[in-house]
Ligand binder design. Structure first.
Ligand SMILES: C[S@@+](CC[C@H](N)C(=O)[O-])C[C@H]1O[C@@H](n2cnc3c(N)ncnc32)[C@H](O)[C@@H]1O
Length: 248
């Protein structure tokens, strides 16, 4: 099978083999039809009410999908930057942005990270405690949850070896929110930090806007689009790592 090939944010190629699933050099333009929750509500808590979160907690399909997407996000990252997950030293630390009920965060802990999940909805974090994995990983000191927006993270600078986000960043759908997020990401990232974000942007333009904004804040990498022509199956992964500081 041909390797999937992320495009870079300038629309060039990274030299890998072509794949039908990967985005073209001139990224194909697309836009989602109809209104999604992210377009209808200003704050995610208006959509994710306590009742909706309680339903989510019981939805087996959602758990499986988030778990699979998180594994894919890590696999895609390590395929793009071989060895990037083999972090030297003890206690690599990960952040899961928009951690929700923590299905994706479980994968980070299983992969050997101490994980911090950050979410803007209090009920998400409260109800996530009902999940055995979250409670158990919390007790072992391997999972910590923080109530805050990704645009203003109450976290120390330069800490995280990896940042992940699964099915959340579509909520950051304004230029201002993207700028604040990218600036915070740059601040909390360690000098070797790698990021893998799966999200559902409204359009190819919005997809590129987030990539470009993150690039402006010290990262290099690209965007991988699977099934670009099929809106139901389309999957987008932003894969990048901290750019090395030039040595003087
Ligand atoms: C579909 S859920 C993510 C599910 C999660 N990946 C899991 O495995 O359970 C999207 C999450 O993004 C969070 N979110 C949206 N905007 C956010 C922001 N600005 N900062 C932090 N979290 C945010 C929402 O509160 C919601 O919990």
């Amino acid at each position: 099978m041909a390797k999937k090939r992320p495009s870079n944010w300038d629309g060039g190629t990274d030299g890998n083999d072509r794949s039908d699933e990967a985005i073209d050099d001139e990224p194909e333009s697309w836009e989602i039809e109809g209104n999604r929750p992210e377009d209808q509500y200003t704050h995610p808590a208006e959509y994710w009410t306590a009742e909706a979160i309680a339903r989510l907690l019981k939805a087996k399909g959602q758990a499986r999908i988030q778990h699979e997407l998180a594994i894919k996000a890590l696999n895609n990252l390590s395929a793009q930057f071989p060895g990037i997950l083999e972090i030297e030293g003890s206690g690599p630390v990960a952040i899961d942005i928009g951690c929700g009920l923590g299905f994706a965060s479980d994968v980070l802990v299983d992969a050997g990270f101490t994980a911090v999940g950050i979410d803007i909805i209090n009920d998400m974090l409260l109800l996530s405690s009902k999940r055995e994995a979250v409670a158990e990983n919390g007790k072992r000191g391997r999972y910590h949850r923080v109530l805050a927006s990704a645009t203003s993270m109450p976290l120390r600078s330069g800490v995280f070896d990896i940042a992940t986000s699964i099915s959340a960043l579509q909520w950051l759908n304004t230029a201002g929110a993207m700028q604040s997020f990218a600036s915070e990401l740059d601040r909390v990232a360690s000098p070797r930090c790698a990021i893998t974000f799966q999200h559902y942007p409204r359009s190819s333009d919005q997809m590129m806007e987030l990539g470009t904004t993150i690039k402006q804040h010290g990262f290099e990498g690209g965007i991988l689009v699977e099934n670009v022509k099929n809106p139901r199956k389309r999957k987008i992964f932003l894969l990048a790592r901290k750019r090395a500081e030039p040595t003087s």
